[in-house]
Design a protein around this ligand. Structure first.
Ligand code: ATP
Ligand code: MG
Length: 233
């Protein structure tokens, strides 16, 4: 059960935070078996280089700050960093750019993360706590499919693997996942497992008001959640 998750949630409340930091959200995801890239939080450039060498290049650098919710809007995300020099310079560049946009941002550190390769598709798993129905799960394909076409589907939690598979098949864009134009099919079972894990996560941690795993990069085998947001009530 989510012991680590509850510790993280309690600490956030104690510190007066309702938005979990990305590494906190990803630690909770990992505890529930939701695959996330390898990551560590560095507090200075030298440490960031050490972590990058451990993780292996290329890496991603992201600002970790309770005052930054949309990291890329303020220059807080650097993708595809290839070597130690890139990490050293990138560390400073990310913090300088963020401070330029949000002068008083409290900086916890810089997330050094495995760069996930391009996949077959990007999907979104979301959860919201509906005042009437309780924890509700959402599934859709990333980008234009969710934002413009609203091609999404919902279920009241908890869900099992059979219901998760139903959700996946329900969206109009489903054929994109099964292999089109000679593309290999995406690992739909891996997506279903993430949906079931997300269901367990929100059921066991009722303080979670909103969760957004977006994007989840899906491969022929496996999937990886490269951004995770959790908001508490
Ligand atoms: N570890 C990673 N591997 C590969 N791509 C990544 C990784 N982390 C982030 N990205 C890509 O960079 C984008 C921006 O990163 P992230 O989502 O963490 O920041 P954000 O501030 O939420 O940005 P946005 O609001 O644009 O989603 C992601 O949507 C994803 O496409
Ligand atoms: Mg994001």
């Amino acid at each position: 059960m989510g012991r680590r998750a509850q510790e993280i949630i309690e600490r956030a409340y104690e510190e007066g935070r309702k938005h979990l930091l990305e590494p906190e959200a990803k630690t909770i995801c990992a505890e529930y078996g939701i695959p996330v890239p390898k990551f560590k939080v560095a507090s200075e450039p030298k440490e960031a280089v050490e972590f990058a060498e451990e993780i292996g290049y290329p890496v991603v650098l992201k600002v970790v700050s309770p005052d930054v919710i949309h990291k890329s809007d303020v220059g807080g995300v650097l993708l595809n960093v290839m070597d130690a020099d890139g990490v050293r310079e990138g560390f400073k560049r990310v913090l300088d750019t963020v401070k330029g946009h949000v002068p008083n941002a409290r900086i916890i550190g810089v997330l050094v993360e495995e760069m996930a390769p391009k996949g077959i598709a990007e999907v979104i798993v979301g959860a919201i706590k509906d005042p009437q129905f309780g924890q509700t799960l959402m599934f859709g394909l990333g980008g234009v499919f969710v934002e413009v076409l609203k091609d999404v589907t919902f279920r009241i939690a908890p869900i099992d693997e059979r219901e998760a598979k139903e959700m996946i098949k329900e969206i109009k864009a489903y054929p994109i996942l099964t292999g089109y134009r000679g593309q290999p099919p995406a690992d739909v079972d891996a997506i279903a497992r993430i949906l079931v894990s997300a269901s367990e996560l929100v059921m066991e941690n009722p303080q979670v008001k909103e969760m957004d795993l977006n994007p989840i990069i899906v491969y022929e085998k496996g999937a990886k959640t490269v951004d995770a947001r959790i908001i508490l009530e």
